[in-house]
Ligand binder design. Sequence first.
Ligand SMILES: O=C(O)C1=C[C@@H](OP(=O)(O)O)[C@@H](O)[C@H](O)C1
Ligand SMILES: C=C(OP(=O)(O)O)C(=O)O
Length: 421
Amino acid sequence: MTTTASALTITPPGRPLRGHVAPPGSKSITNRALLLAALARGTSRLTGALKSDDTRYMAEALRQMGVTVEEPDATSFTVTSEGRLRAPATPLFLGNAGTATRFLTAAAALADGPVVITGDAHMQKRPIAPLVAALASLGIAVEAPTGCPPVTVRGQGGFPGQAVTIDAGLSSQYVSAVLMLAAGGRHPVRISLAGDAIGARGYIDLTLAAMRAFGATVEQPDAATWIVQPTGYRAADFHIEPDASAATYLWAAEVLTGGAIDIGTPAQAFTQPDAKAHALIAAFPHLPAEIDGSQMQDAVPTLAAMAAFNATPVRFTGIANLRVKECDRVAAMATELARLAPGLAVEDGDDLVVTPQPREHFRPAHITTYADHRIAMSMALAGLLVPGVTILDPGCVAKTYPEYWRDLAALGVTLREVAAA
Ligand SMILES: O=C(O)C1=C[C@@H](OP(=O)(O)O)[C@@H](O)[C@H](O)C1
Ligand SMILES: C=C(OP(=O)(O)O)C(=O)O
C-alpha cells in the first residue's frame, strides 16, 4: 500500500513476522546508473532499478537535458542518449534527493549551457559548498550563494582542470560526483581527499564499480587519491542489486519479532555499505556498547530503534554528518525515541546514546518524521513492540521505499490509517 494518509498506527503483531518480502532496487546504484547511462552514447538498459521519488527526480532531470529515459516496466529504465547533456530550459528541481543533486551539480559542467539545480526547502539547507569549491578549482563556473542549493553551473561541455582536492567531511557524495564527472572530461583528472575524513567509503566503491561498468578507467594510487582517464562512458546493460538500507528494516523486523523474513538476497551478496549492519542486527539483543556508524550511516536510525529494546545501552559514534541528511537525524532519533519512554535516548555532543528502559515505561506516541523516510521507517520498527505508535506523514517513505507499508502489511503487521491529531 502506498499511502496518502496523514498518519498510520501500528499494532504490534504479538507473534514472529514471517514471509517473503524483497526490498526495492538500490537508490544509490540506480541514480549512479541513470546518470552514467545518460553520459554514454547509445542505449543502456537498467534492470532491478528503484522507482521512487529520488530516482524519478534524477530521471526527470535527465529528460530535461535531452536524454530519453523510458520505463518499460516497474523495475527497468531504458536510457538513450547522444552522450551529452543539453542545457535545460528550466531549473532542475530535485526534491530532497542528495544523490541526484550532488551528482548532477558536477555533471552539469558537461552540459552545453547554464544549468540551475535546486530542490525543496530541506535540500536548500543541505550543504553543497565543498563540492562547489572543488568544481570551481577545476575551472568550472559555478555559484551557490547560500552554500546550499540552488546552484548555477555554466556548462561548457567540459572543464580545463586536471587536479582537484575535495573536502568530503560532510558528504562522500561530493567525491562520487566529481569522479563521475571526471571521466567525461578531456584530460586525466587527479582527485584527492582533503585529509582522510570521509563518511561511508563504501559509496565511493559503488561509484567506481558503476563507472567501470560503463567503460571508465580509474586508478587508485593510495587511499586518498583517484586518477580518472578521459574515456567517456559506453552504453551498457546493467543490473541493480536490491537496496541494502531498505533491507535493514526487514532484517530488523525479523530479529525484533523473532521471525523469519526471506528478503531474497543473502546479506553477503550486497555491495552497499549498509549491508555491514546485518551482522550487528543479528547480534540483537546484544548490540555492542558502542557502534561506529560512520561506515553504515543510513542504517543508524534502524540500529537506534533496535537499541531501544537491547539488553544494554548503546552509544552511536561517528555520526556527526547525520545532522545534514534529510533532517538532523541525531536530534530526530533522540527526540522521537524519547517520546516512547522518558530517558530512552539523548544526544551527547554528536553522539546518540540509547538507554533501554523497562517495558512498562513505554507509552503510545505520535512520531514526527521530519519529511525523512528513515525516521518513519525506523520508528515503525519500535511500533512492532510498543502498542500505539503512530507514524505521522507516512507517505515520506516514497523517497526510497514507496511500498514499505505494503510490505509490512504483507508480513502481517496491522496498520490503521488515522487522522493526525
Ligand atoms: O553516495 C550515495 O549514494 C550515498 C551516500 C551517503 O550520503 P553522504 O555521502 O552524504 O554521507 C548516504 O547517506 C546516501 O543515502 C547515499
Ligand atoms: C541520506 C540519504 O539520502 P540522500 O543523501 O541521497 O538524499 C538517505 O537516503 O538516507
